[in-house]
Every structure is written in C-alpha cells, then in structure tokens.
Design a protein around this ligand. Structure first.
Ligand code: FCB
Length: 473
C-alpha cells in the first residue's frame, strides 16, 4: 500500500451517520402506525431473503434514548434519519397520529440536547399501504398526499429541524419498484416506472412548497443515488449505451430539478413506454424546478456500461456482464452492466472504487448550482464478533478512508461539498437482502438487540474529532 498523507476537511464540515425508519425502527404495529408497502412486500413469498420483515428491525423505536447516547459517544455532529409516513398518517392522508409525531419530536429534541444536528428525510420508501393499494406512485394523488403529509410534519417538527430531505433515492422507488421489481411494490413495467418517476418528482415539488411555508428555516434538499457511469470502451456503441444509462440515472433527475425539463435524448429514446410521460401536466416542470438549498448524494459503487452486442468484446478486457433479458430494464435501454473481473467488492458484491465518488462529486460541483452533501456512503462487510466480543472491520475502515480521500479530492477540484454521512449508524434491515447484510459502524446483535460499536465506529469518532484523516502507510 502506498503511503497516504493526513488530510483535513474545511472548517464546519458536517460529520454524520444515516439510517431510515423502516430499516431500524421496528414497532411496526405500535402506537397507531399504519402498514407500509414494505410491510406488505416482506410478506409476499420470495421477495425478501429468509422472509425477513421490519417488524422488530433494530427496535430503535423502543431504544431511542440509548441510541441517542450512542451517537453522542461517537461524537456525531449530525444524524440523518427518516420519518415513517404511515406512523404520522396511518392511512396516508386524513387524521394525524399524534403518537407518531411525538416519537420524532423526542428524537429531534434528544439530538438537539446532545448538539447533534437533526437531518430528516421525509420519504425513505415506506409508503402507506392504503396509498399503495390505490396505485401508489402511479397516482398523481399520491404526490398531492405527500404535500399534505409534509405540511403536517413541518408544522410539528419545523422548529428545531436542522435540514430537510424530501425524498431518498427516488430512482430506487421508481425504477427498482416499478421497472426492475426488486423493491416494493415489485412491478416490472417501464411505462409505469416513468409515471412513478414523474409523480415522485412532483411529490418533491409539493414537499418543497410545504416546507417553505411551514415553521423553522432549515435548508431543503433532495437525496439522489446518482451514478458514476463509465463506458466500457471508446467504441461509439458503448459510449451511446453509457450515455443512456447516464440519462436514466442522472440527467432524468438533474435536468428537471435544475433546468426545468426532461432530457430530450431520453424522451426520444423512450418509444413504447413513453405513454408513462402522459401524466405530466402544465405547471409541473416549473414546480419541480423550484429552487432547493442543497443536493444530497448517495454513492456506493461506479457503473460500467457496454452496448449488449459489444459484451463479448468487453470480456476480452476483463469486463463481464450478462446480455439483458428481453423485456427488462437493460433491454429497454440496450445496455449491459459490467463488472471488472477480480476487482475488490463489498459483501453486496458491489465493486469498490472510490475514484467514482471523486468523479461524481467533481462533475456535480461543476453542473449543480447548490452545495453538496454525501448523504450516504459505506460498505457491507462479513462482520462477526471475535472471541473478545469485538468486531474488527478493517475492510470498512479502508473503504471509508478511501472514499473520504476521494471526497476531499473533489473539494480540491472545486466541488462545494459541505458534509458526509456514513451509511449506516448501525446494522439494519437491508431491503430485499433482509438482515443478511451489515453496513453499520455499530454491530447489532439481532436476537438481543445489543449494540456493539465496531472498530470503524472508534475510527470515525477520531476522524470527526480531528476533522480529517490520519496518515496511513
Ligand atoms: C441505499 C439506501 C439505503 C441503504 C443503502 C445500502 O440505496 O438508500 O437505505 O439500503 O443503499
């Protein structure tokens, strides 16, 4: 390993960790919480590994005080959590469940009391099931209901809130949920994914408007899982395939949010599934482009793309991937996603390449007119407690160290990056992988609920304390 210099971050850089309601809270049937589309999805056979559910998760709902203490011990300056819509409005709209709001009020106050900035995401995928059953994100009404839900939340929590994030990774809600089918509601229709995509952006717009007219003055943003998309070669067909995936992952969000329109080349490409865009109404584009204060970026791994007919040529370069099945997302975009043979990966099988984060942040620094925050970044590892009861997750420390160096390099290249949130504070429910993947800085012993800070938690505390990284050899 090459020698690495100590580095520091700009003064006031915000250091945090992130979680999401469905992944940590549990208490799924308590204090008036309604069912979400993920509660339903977990119960459909074959959707989630081992049939795991969010019923108990990390039991954070009951252990909130102890978790707050843990955050304080880690020296966190910020905590990104999400608010469960069905805890606040069990039916998605209508009567507010005060007990749900009270839980988040205690959380916000508990964070403030410990000098930790509360950063709330309003939607991290747990749509109230009543709305899901009525068509979910295929319905324009869901976006309107999200605006009303946001108004109720900001009324109760606006005072004291540190930052607002409207949506987490709407790409996953629309495309994993409606085109690829591995997330709730598990549908596989490109036209539906497009309609869902537009309604999610509209929901963002309605939430921004509600937040702007509610109490408090916390900055408002959105979190996107934008891609560091690379073409497998300079062949024009590979470049065109990569451009389409860049269109689907990046420009289909950045253009409407910051330039007020969907990208022309994407609209042209859509063909058969373009009817999904017929849900657009007059006024939507302007609402979606209403100014925001920051952009949240979640990054885990880069994407390498080839045209399907070029997949064999790529294999000669050590890049492998399966030609897309007819009728799938890859087929619709005529794109094959490739993995580099022998490249290091996390326990998710995701390639580890911190240069993707540097590339992405540098690009956004040049293209986006607002400050940036890394709102998620981290690694799943095969963590275990050793005979001393400790979790020595050196691989995670290596991953985080490399990605923070990449973030710093992007700042040097001009990106206005203001903070970083490690995913995740603690091991939790990893969607269709259930509890089989551990991303936490803190280990969760699921049978007992015990929290065990990993070596990476102690390392992160030092990073925060020194506002930077120590040298490494
Ligand atoms: C992101 C999600 C987050 C978590 C990480 C690993 O896509 O926002 O909830 O599952 O991936």
């Amino acid at each position: 390993m090459t020698e690495q210099e100590p580095i520091s971050f700009p003064d006031g850089f915000l250091w945090g960790t992130a979680t999401a309601s469905f992944q940590v809270e549990g208490a799924a049937h308590e204090d008036g919480r309604g069912q979400s589309i993920w509660d339903r999805f977990c119960r459909e056979p074959g959707r989630v590994l081992h049939g795991d559910t969010g019923d108990v998760a990390c039991d954070h709902y009951h252990r909130m005080e102890a978790d707050l203490e843990l955050m304080s011990e880690l020296g966190l300056r910020a905590y990104r959590f999400s608010i469960a819509w069905p805890r606040v409005l069990p039916e998605g709209r209508g009567a507010v469940n005060q007990a749900g709001l009270d839980f988040y009020r205690r959380l916000v106050d508990g964070l403030r009391a410990r000098d930790i900035l509360p950063v709330a995401t309003l939607y991290h995928w747990d749509l109230p099931d009543t709305l899901g059953q009525a068509g979910g994100w295929l319905q324009r009404d869901t976006a309107e209901a999200f605006g009303d839900y946001t108004a109720a939340v900001v009324e109760a929590l606006g005072e004291g809130m540190g930052m607002w994030i409207t949506l987490n990774e709407p790409w996953c809600s629309a495309w994993l949920g409606y085109a690829i089918g591995v997330h709730a509601p598990g549908r596989t229709d490109m036209g539906e994914a497009l309609a869902a995509h537009h309604h999610l952006l509209l929901a963002h717009a309605r939430a921004v408007a509600a937040l702007r007219s509610g109490p408090g003055n916390a900055p408002v943003g959105i979190t996107l899982n934008l891609g560091a998309v690379r073409a497998a070669s300079d062949h024009p067909d590979d470049l065109a395939a990569a451009r389409r995936i860049d269109g689907n992952h990046n420009r289909i969000f950045l253009d409407p949010l910051f330039a007020g329109h969907y990208p022309d080349d994407m609209v042209e490409w859509m063909g058969d599934w373009r009817p999904g865009l017929s849900v657009i109404s007059e006024g939507d584009a302007a609402a979606i482009a209403a100014p925001i204060d920051f952009l949240g970026v979640n990054y885990y791994s880069p994407a390498t793309v080839a045209a399907p007919e070029r997949a064999l040529a790529s294999a000669a370069e050590g890049l492998v991937g399966l030609a897309p099945e007819p009728g799938t997302f890859g087929d619709a975009y005529r794109a094959t996603m490739l993995s580099r043979l022998g490249a290091p990966t996390t326990a998710m099988g995701w390639e580890i390449d911190s240069s993707g984060l540097q590339e992405l942040l540098t690009r956004l620094g040049a293209e986006v007119p607002v400050p940036l925050y890394v709102t998620e970044n981290g690694a799943a590892c095969e963590d275990y407690r050793n005979c001393d009861g400790e979790v020595v997750d050196t691989e995670r420390i290596d991953y985080l160290d490399a990605h923070l160096r990449a973030a710093r390099a992007a700042i040097d290249a001009g990106a206005d990056l203001r903070g970083y949130f490690a995913w995740s504070l603690m091991d939790n429910f990893e969607w269709s992988y259930g509890y089989s993947k551990r991303f936490g800085l803190v280990y969760v012993d699921y049978p007992t609920g015990e929290r065990v800070p990993k070596a990476s938690a102690r390392w992160y505390k030092e990073v925060i304390g020194r506002n930077g990284l120590a040298g490494r050899s």
